[in-house]
Ligand binder design. Structure first.
Ligand SMILES: Nc1nc2c(ncn2[C@@H]2O[C@H](COP(=O)(O)OP(=O)(O)OP(=O)(O)O)[C@@H](O)[C@H]2O)c(=O)[nH]1
Ligand SMILES: [Mg+2]
Length: 318
């Protein structure tokens, strides 16, 4: 028996093909079921439409878990004083470098595309922790899953290049990729660092000299060796400076300051912004603060809009 479907049905069918969300799809199929004539000739069609709805509902149930898995693998939540996204071509030594900086091992191997998902390690810098994110190499099939999103939100981007005769061209390619999501990346003041790893491969020294000569002025460029532990402390310092943060220590009247656990804020923040971090009530109650700063302030009274610097000690008064 022919189904004799009305034109409306086909309109909905077309809409279904263009629908994006699961809810939208279910609503359209329900409408199709309502529109279609119900008789023996449409039994099969009806059954298949109902099966489609059931499948979509099932998919919807599963979604949150899938989303969680995706986030866990490719969309890393920030932690610590800032997030450093480490990017580069296969075998550059991203994982080796992050392992060395954090003291927590990651899988390192001499074949390309060893790292298949994003991993995080916490790096200690003086009295704070900084989050380092190890990534899948540029060119890995998983890289499009995280690249744009993570590049946009990173507090610092750390490009890792292996010392080789392709240094200059690889640097160019990385900049091109980054510019798609952070067009300002080549500007000074943007949090961007280039680590030229495998400094120990001395057969390529001349390429490094040339690279530094041509690019040295552009950005924070630092030759390092993850394996031989060269310039890793300098790299940590560069990362900290690029984060552009200030550590502020709070002090209670009549007590010693708490030098164990600094509050971390963006550089250029005021006394009031610091107070607000401690408790939102301070926003209205704060009257003034006293400040200790090496070599200059020694418990001097400062106003709410006073700009704080790294390692300031602050006593809030309400
Ligand atoms: N000579 C030398 N080799 C290094 C250095 N750092 C890493 N390697 C070696 O380079 C190879 C690749 O290191 P990985 O850390 O796995 O590189 P990756 O950038 O994470 O690579 P993918 O995960 O594939 O993108 C390994 O064989 C490391 O032992 C270094 O400073 N000097
Ligand atoms: Mg790796």
């Amino acid at each position: 028996m022919p189904a004799n479907l009305p034109p409306d049905y086909f309109v909905e069918e077309k809409r279904l093909r263009q629908a994006k969300s699961i809810d939208e799809k279910i609503a359209i199929i329900e409408k199709m079921i309502a529109i279609m004539p119900h008789h023996k000739g449409t039994d099969k069609l009806l059954a298949s439409l109902r099966a489609k709805i059931a499948k979509l509902r099932e998919e919807k149930e599963k979604r949150p878990q899938t989303q969680r898995k995706f986030d866990q693998f490719f969309n890393i939540k920030k932690d610590g004083a800032g997030q450093v996204l480490c990017i580069g071509f296969p075998n550059a030594g991203k994982s080796a470098l992050i392992s060395a900086l954090s003291g927590e091992p990651l899988e390192v191997a001499d074949y390309p595309y060893t790292t298949r998902i994003l991993h995080t390690r916490m790096m200690r810098y003086e009295d704070i922790w900084i989050q380092l994110v190890d990534t899948t190499a540029i060119g890995d099939e998983n890289t499009p899953m995280w690249f744009g999103n993570m590049v946009k939100k990173a507090d610092v981007i750390l490009a890792v290049l292996a010392l080789s005769d392709a240094l200059d061209i690889e640097y160019e390619l990385i900049i091109e990729e980054l510019k798609r999501y952070r067009p300002e990346i080549v500007r000074t003041g943007e949090p961007f660092i280039t680590a030229v790893n495998k400094l120990d491969l001395i057969q390529y020294s001349s390429y490094l000299d040339e690279f530094i000569k041509n690019r040295g002025k552009e950005k924070n460029i630092l030759p390092v060796s993850a394996e031989k532990d060269v310039n890793l402390h300098e790299l940590k310092e560069m990362i900290f400076n690029s984060l552009n943060i200030a550590r502020i220590y709070s002090k209670l009247p009549g007590k010693k300051p708490d030098l164990e656990l600094p509050f971390v804020m963006k550089k250029g923040g005021t006394v009031l912004e610091f107070a607000e971090k401690i408790h939102k009530d301070f926003l209205v109650k704060l009257r003034y603060a006293k400040l200790w700063r090496r070599d200059s302030y020694n418990g001097m009274m400062v106003s709410k809009d006073f700009v704080l610097e790294d390692k300031d000690i602050v006593e809030l008064h309400i």
